[in-house]
Every structure is written in C-alpha cells, then in structure tokens.
Design a protein around this ligand. Structure first.
Ligand SMILES: CC(C)(COP(=O)(O)OP(=O)(O)OC[C@H]1O[C@@H](n2cnc3c(N)ncnc32)[C@H](O)[C@@H]1OP(=O)(O)O)[C@@H](O)C(=O)NCCC(=O)NCCS
Length: 154
C-alpha cells in the first residue's frame, strides 16, 4: 500500500469509493433511507470537487486501485475516512489515520485529533485511542443520523 495526495482528477473515483463504502459497509447500522441520504446515487461530482478542494486528502493505493481515503483539516479535524468495500478490515483506515496523524503533527503542529464518527466508525476510533465526547443527532438531506463526537491527544 502506498499513499499519495489528492488531485482534482481523483474526485470522481473518491466519490465512488465513498458511495460504495457507505452502501456496503454501513448496512448494519444505517437503513437504506439513511444510506441514500448520506450517499446519494449518483454522487454530486461538482459538490465533491468543491468539498475535496477545501480539505487535505490522503489516498491509499495498491496496484493503481484506491483502497481508501482520509480527508483532514489543518486543525486536526478528521473530516472523511472511507475504505473501499473489498479492502475492509485489512488495516487500510488504520494506516491512513497513522499517516494523517504524522502529517498533522509534523506539518501543522497539531496535538489533538477530533472527528464526528458514524456508528460504524466509532469502534474503529475507540480502537485507535479516541475518547467519546458526546453523542449527536444530525440531519442530512432531511434524515436523522446518530454519530459520536470523538477526540484523541497525539
Ligand atoms: C470505519 C472504516 C473506515 C474502517 O476501515 P477499515 O479499513 O476496515 O479499518 P481497519 O481495517 O484499519 O480496522 C482496524 C480496527 O478497527 C476496528 N474496526 C474497524 N471496522 C470495524 C467495524 N465495522 N466494527 C467494529 N470494529 C471495527 C477493529 O478493531 C479493526 O481491527 P480488526 O480488523 O483487527 O478487528 C470502514 O468500515 C468504512 O469505510 N466504513 C463505512 C463508512 C464510514 O462509516 N466511515 C467513517 C465516517 S465517520
């Protein structure tokens, strides 16, 4: 597995990974209506280009295939973390988080990471030393979602 930085040419591929990840890996925790609101099909590529253009994104690849990606903000906010369904539970997200922590610490002097974890991702973040700050309910496209605000000191 190797890492590289996002360029605008990646937007469509990452939107695809995001969409398939939500619709495959989040089925146990979120019903079809929630998944459709979270990850509409087809994805809005203009919105993705805009969103990814404002974030720092690391892509994990192997043999030219995108295994997953992580997007962060320079203050330590982990905004997006999605593994491709075929690559799940193989350490991809763990490797991305470790690389993001390194970049944030060395490049931006960050000492704390924080995120809003889905019910699917919360066990992953707990495993990586994050603490739960609070449970939240947010509305996306008119549908409610439970999630957890979580934080970890580096
Ligand atoms: C959450 C997610 C990013 C984890 O990616 P991953 O590459 O499979 O994670 P890793 O292989 O690095 O997992 C490391 C450890 O985290 C924990 N973990 C990961 N996914 C888990 C799950 N679904 N349930 C329980 N524990 C989990 C396990 O302890 C795992 O170690 P193990 O496989 O040896 O048991 C992935 O499931 C995903 O993309 N989910 C759908 C979208 C989503 O919710 N993204 C996060 C938005 S906040």
């Amino acid at each position: 597995m190797n890492f590289r930085n996002y360029t605008e040419a990646d937007a469509e591929r990452l939107a695809g990974v995001f969409t398939s990840s939500v619709h495959s890996l989040a089925t146990a925790e979120y019903d079809a209506r929630q998944r459709d609101a979270w990850a509409p099909i087809p994805p809005d590529l203009d919105a993705w280009r805009h969103r990814l253009g404002q974030l720092h994104t690391i892509i994990a690849e192997e043999n030219g295939q995108c295994l997953g990606f992580l997007s962060y903000e320079p203050d330590g906010h982990i905004e997006l973390l999605y593994t491709a369904p075929d690559a799940a539970r193989k350490g991809v997200a763990s490797a991305l988080l470790e690389e993001a922590a390194r970049q944030l610490s060395e490049g931006f002097g960050v000492t704390d990471l924080y995120t809003e974890a889905s019910l699917v991702a919360a066990p992953f973040f707990l495993r990586h030393g994050f603490d739960t700050i609070e449970e939240q309910t947010v509305s996306r496209n008119g549908v409610n979602f439970r999630r957890f605000a979580m934080q970890r000191t580096l």
